[in-house]
Design a protein around this ligand. Structure first.
Ligand SMILES: *Cc1c(COP(=O)(O)O)cnc(C)c1O
Length: 392
């Protein structure tokens, strides 16, 4: 494969060796184990003297192909494919941290990640401190002698706030910490945290990487010896991605750049049009100059992404009325689909948080999160407008 090719070309052309049937598209390897030529080969495989497939909890051609494509797009040396995004995040924490360690996390986190930090990690003696996502000095102040990692999600869910990856990368470098970035919202097409100083990147492939709401998946990517620890942990504990899901996701990666560009065009168009409508107290999209961190978005992201959030001036009841009147957009808690999805975080995804915690991450009662799909933007907008008019 030619090194000067663009990452998307290389990701499309990266493929497991043909099986002998001259198939053009990679076949699906639904097999739990692999046979050895003889006892000597089996011995060498188990001793790690040669590489090859042994058992699908360790390696399988389909997850391997998926993760190689993802590494090409992220500029990562290696990666581990996982069954879900949460398996990947858990692996990036438990695969590295040990009792007595401390991590610093931006407060704006995916709900289950917040649960892992507050309820699971303390059982193993791993502490955390929360800091405001956009305050680099606060991360520095939170560093203790036993701090090992900084964990961020950017853009954040659902407020679309950004963490300054280059500054955090430098801070991590200076204090010998690992910067771990959940890159789900941006995808590797819009943002490459490793190039900005991160050491680990996680993805929920369930979202834009699949992009069509079909399968679950995830991955941890990175460089160097930390990935060896993570790979060892994954092999023993078994959060492996199924060959079928990997086969679907590997094909999805071949169209990621095309889909994301259209998602971004649609989201930008909708955010801009919403800014002119009455009844909204704010509209947020990283590519709009109205976003408080627009300049940072321009520096670290190729485009603003597919997510838009806005606030209905009428609060909680207005939010619920608005969603109940939508006709085209789906009412769902998922995101990253070809179909536009509207979510009301205060009554669904973030309902378990206290009012105070919601306030701290900017989840106001009337906040609506839109995952803008691939329908014609005028049709999406028309639906939003008619629902807004009826919300009053
Ligand atoms: C969905 C999501 C996850 C979890 O991924 P699953 O595939 O649902 O396990 C983690 N982080 C972010 C930002 C997400 O949107």
């Amino acid at each position: 494969m030619s090194k000067h090719w663009h990452p998307e070309t290389r990701a499309i052309r990266e493929q497991i060796p043909r099986s002998g049937q001259q198939e053009h598209s990679a076949p699906l390897y639904l097999t739990s184990s692999f046979v050895f030529d003889d006892t000597e080969q089996a011995r060498a495989l188990f001793a790690d003297e040669i590489s090859g497939n042994l058992y699908s909890r360790f390696t399988n051609p389909n997850p391997d192909e998926f993760v190689r494509k993802l590494c090409l797009l992220e500029g990562a040396e290696s990666g581990v494919a996982c069954a879900t995004g949460m398996a990947a995040i858990t692996l990036s924490l438990l695969g590295v941290l040990k009792a007595g360690d401390h991590l610093i996390a931006a407060r704006d986190l995916f709900g289950s990640t917040h649960q892992i930090l507050t309820r699971l990690l303390p059982r193993f003696g791993i502490e955390h401190s929360y800091v405001p996502i956009d305050d680099v000095a606060a991360y520095e102040r939170a560093i203790r002698p036993n701090t090992r990692m900084i964990l961020v999600e950017t853009p954040s869910n659902p407020g679309l706030k950004l963490a300054d990856l280059e500054s955090l990368g430098k801070l991590a470098q200076a204090h010998d910490l690992l910067l771990n970035v959940d890159n789900t919202f941006a995808t590797p097409w819009l943002q490459n945290p490793l190039a900005l100083g991160a050491h680990l990147v996680t993805h929920s492939a369930t979202k834009f990487i699949d992009g069509q709401g079909r399968v679950m998946g995830g991955a941890v990517l990175g460089q160097g010896p930390v990935m060896d620890e993570i790979r060892w942990f994954a092999r023993q504990t078994g959060p492996s991605l199924s060959p079928f899901n990997a086969w679907v996701l590997s094909k999805s990666l071949e169209t990621l750049h095309v889909r994301m560009d259209r998602h971004c065009d649609n989201a930008l168009h909708i955010a801009q049009a919403l800014e002119d409508l009455p009844g909204l107290s704010f509209v947020r999209h990283p590519e709009r100059p109205s976003h408080p961190q627009h300049e940072l978005a321009r520096r670290q992201m190729r485009r603003g992404g597919a997510m838009v959030c806005f606030e209905l001036a009428g609060g909680l009841e207005a939010g619920r009325r608005f969603l109940d009147r939508l006709q085209l957009c789906s009412l769902s808690a998922n995101l990253g689909d070809s179909r536009t999805i509207a979510t009301h975080p205060a009554s669904t995804t973030h309902a378990k948080l206290s009012e105070e915690d919601r306030q701290a991450v900017g989840i106001t009662p009337g906040l609506i999160r839109l995952s803008v799909g691939l329908e014609h933007p005028d049709d999406i907008l028309e639906d939003l407008q008619q629902a807004l008019e009826q919300t009053g």
